[in-house]
Design a protein around this ligand. Structure first.
Ligand code: NAP
Length: 360
């Protein structure tokens, strides 16, 4: 059952920074008819500022730009120009560092998709169903940095798709080591992103900085609050990341070594039964199930499974024994929705439902 709005009949005004890019456009789709949030401002680079959103954005997809958003004037990413107290950031990492800090300093709550602050010990890196308690570190963040607002991050798109199935395994059995290989969609590189002549009919076995991000973020997501900081989980992680000619959806194959040995049917039952933290259930963007286990031997597949749970469900399949580790499986997550904008919106809903966002 979905929860009633913590804001009653009023909606909380919100802005999107980097609103013209691939993730920014996903924010627009998710926020335009949101029951709790009112998308009132969009911002992007100086190239776009001053133009209407319809003129500035190269809209990707077959749907039309929502009328109300098409007419909004794009603002510069400056807290003196953007008034909303809650801002979703889909900014390029080259600018997110300074821009997001400026908004946090000016008293705004920033929900960021960029990599810049994810690994800072006083910045929460949150998947709502996995580690909502890490939001507690916001208090230390305010103390340490003297910000009136704050920054909450969601993870790298491949890390989120990997962590959702790893979380129940870690909670139940403890994960000792994990070997990860990814097949990542082109939309993960933004828009226009990878040149078509480079990726069509091809696989590129290199995504800049992706492997260290993935390895570090898995440990932080599965880590624990320790006093006023987040302590990484003691898990060995090795990864190979690849770009493949798929539009949306990162496929992640994993071999997992468990601390507590368990028969395969028990592992599968844990994955099937997991619903995530209760605080994250029944929010407007919560999928019915954060994880779905595919029964067919040849699933998940991006074309068939990427939109499960409106893009918020990670589909797991091919759960089988591993001759070197304990269990191996395949996970698929929508990189732009579950791996980016949808994750941020869900985190904001979680914060609103737990009294961490200002009233309208
Ligand atoms: P993108 O398509 O390249 O969009 C980048 C956005 O940043 C655009 O709105 C752009 O505005 C804005 N921008 C660029 N330079 C700027 C500047 N100097 N000042 C202000 N705004 C500026 O990238 P994306 O794929 O949407 O990714 C956005 C962020 O999310 C990145 O940090 C990325 O790493 C992260 N992320 C992406 C994914 C994914 O699957 N794509 C998943 C997780 C996280 P203009 O249009 O005006 O240039």
């Amino acid at each position: 059952m979905s929860r009633s709005s913590p804001f009653g009949s009023r909606k909380l005004p919100v802005a999107v920074l980097g609103a013209t890019g691939a993730v920014g456009q996903a924010f627009i789709r998710l926020l335009v008819n949101h029951p709790w949030f009112d998308l009132v401002e969009v911002a992007a680079s100086e190239r776009s500022a001053g133009r209407s959103y319809a003129e500035a954005a190269r809209w990707i997809g077959d749907d039309a730009i929502p009328e109300r958003v098409a007419a909004l004037t794009v603002l510069p990413c400056d807290p003196a120009k953007v008034e909303s107290r809650v801002v979703f950031s889909a900014l390029d990492s080259s600018v997110a560092g300074d821009a997001e800090a400026a908004f946090a300093r000016a008293g705004r709550m920033v929900l960021s998709n960029a990599k810049n602050y994810r690994l800072e010990p006083d910045v929460p890196l949150v998947i709502a169903e996995v580690n909502p308690d890490h939001l507690e570190v916001l208090e230390a963040q305010r103390r340490n940095r003297g910000w009136r607002g704050g920054i909450v991050t969601n993870g790298n798109c491949a890390a989120i798709a990997a962590v959702l199935p790893l979380a129940p395994l870690h909670q139940e059995f403890g994960v000792k080591r994990v070997f990860i290989a990814t097949m990542q969609a082109v939309s993960g590189a933004g828009y226009p992103g990878v040149a078509s002549l480079d990726i069509l009919g091809n696989v590129i076995p290199f995504i800049k900085d992706e492997e260290p991000k993935l390895e570090a973020e898995v440990k932080k997501f599965l880590g624990a609050m320790s006093g006023s900081r987040i302590a990484d989980a003691d898990i060995g992680v090795s990864s190979h990341t690849n770009r493949v000619p798929v539009e949306h959806g990162h496929t992640i194959v994993m071999s997992v070594e468990l601390e507590k040995k368990a028969p395969l049917d028990r592992v599968e039952a844990v994955l099937r039964g997991w619903r995530g933290a209760s605080d994250a259930c029944g929010l407007p963007s919560s999928p019915e199930r954060p994880l779905a286990v595919a029964d067919q031997a040849d699933r998940p597949q991006p074309r068939r499974d990427v939109d499960a749970g409106r893009g918020m469900t990670v589909t797991v399949g091919r759960i089988r024994p591993d001759p070197m580790f304990d269990v191996r499986l395949v996970a698929l997550g929508h990189n732009i929705v579950r791996g980016a904008a949808g994750a941020s919106v869900l985190n904001a809903e979680l914060m609103a439902a737990t009294g961490r966002l200002d009233q309208p």
